[in-house]
Design a protein around this ligand. Structure first.
Ligand SMILES: *Cc1c(COP(=O)(O)O)cnc(C)c1O
Length: 234
């Protein structure tokens, strides 16, 4: 595997170029798209290197691993995104330590986050995870249940409902990828049109972020394309 000191800067430069090119082709500004470096399974040195390369948004799936990295880095310049499955017994640390949660799919979880978000912290940014296809990970609210959940979460204190997130089944076909992302964008526009201002579309990973950008992604979550393969889950 390609490692060495030039590994991350080279990968990052290529990803940034692809983001910029795709955005340009889609008539968008590449600079308005947030690159979330998905650092799960990556050692601390990789995150430190990513910081030196100018990355400031990190996505983590596993709470204990994420908290250990936060404690070690003590870096107020980092925006931490929780992108893993969220169980109700884990909400407190997420509410206390993260800046964004992308995977809210139940009112009960949102209520706990709202109650546990410290009043000294700014509101916790929330995306609702939507399940667009049957075979996807168990997470996600069904599109039919999304409007009611959005209304309820929007009304909660200490949270700021920012947008929608999806994790569609992988497909090598850009047309299929774009179909899912277009669906999420349509749902987003419908909710925004109903008086709940959103704005964020968290969609696209290493294999499909260009398709996501074509369909309006504001936050792409990129792990392996940036860092290479992950270590075993820690
Ligand atoms: C792991 C993960 C990613 C990153 O996946 P890559 O294919 O490594 O880019 C993005 N989003 C979520 C929710 C993930 O769990």
């Amino acid at each position: 595997m390609l490692t060495g000191p030039q590994f991350l800067p080279t990968r990052l430069e290529k990803i940034r170029a692809r983001v910029a090119q795709t955005a340009l082709a889609a008539g968008r500004q590449g600079t308005e798209i947030v690159l979330i470096a998905v650092s799960k399974g990556q050692p601390l040195e990789r995150l430190a290197e990513a910081r030196r390369c100018g990355l400031s948004d990190f996505g983590e799936n596993y709470l204990q691993e994420a908290l250990a990295k936060m404690d070690a880095m003590q870096d107020p310049g980092v925006t931490w995104h929780f992108i893993g499955r969220l169980q109700s017994n884990k909400t407190r640390s997420v509410a206390e330590r993260f800046d964004w949660v992308h995977t809210v799919d139940e009112l009960k979880i949102a209520q706990r986050l709202a109650a546990q978000r410290p009043s000294s912290a700014p509101p916790l940014n929330v995306c609702l995870q939507v399940r667009l296809a049957e075979e996807v990970s168990k997470g996600g609210v069904l599109p039919a249940d999304l409007p009611a959940l959005a209304q309820a979460v929007h009304a909660l204190p200490r949270l700021r409902l920012r947008g929608l997130m999806c994790l569609p089944p992988p497909s090598p076909d850009p047309a299929i990828q774009r179909g899912y992302f277009a669906e999420l964008r349509t749902l987003h526009d419908r909710i925004s049109g109903s008086g709940i201002p959103l704005g964020a579309l968290s969609m696209g990973m290493s294999e499909d972020f260009e398709s996501a950008i074509w369909e309006g992604a504001t936050h792409i979550r990129v792990g392996t394309a940036l860092f290479g393969s992950r270590g075993p889950r820690s």
